[in-house]
Write a protein that binds this ligand. Structure first.
Ligand code: SF4
Length: 61
C-alpha cells in the first residue's frame, strides 16, 4: 500500500497542496505542509506532480 509523504526539507511552504487539497494536507505553524490523511489516495497524483519542489511523494510500504 502506498503512503503519502511530505519531505519537509524540500517543502518551501508555498501553500499549493493544502490550499487545493485540505483532505490530505495541512500547514504547520510555519506554513510547511504536513500529511493529515492516508485515505482516498486514488486521485492524489495531480497534487503530487504539482508540488514545485517535488516534496510530495507516494512511497510503497
Ligand atoms: S506544494 Fe510542495 S512546496 Fe508547496 S506547501 Fe505543499 S509540499 Fe510544500
Amino acid at each position: 500500500m502506498a503512503k503519502l509523504v511530505v519531505d519537509k526539507d524540500k517543502c518551501m511552504a508555498c501553500g499549493f497542496c493544502y490550499s487545493t487539497d485540505d483532505e490530505h494536507f495541512s500547514p504547520d505553524d510555519e506554513g510547511y505542509s504536513e500529511v493529515i490523511s492516508q485515505d482516498n489516495l486514488e486521485n492524489i497524483s495531480d497534487v503530487v506532480d504539482s508540488c514545485p519542489t517535488g516534496a510530495i511523494s507516494l512511497e510503497e510500504e
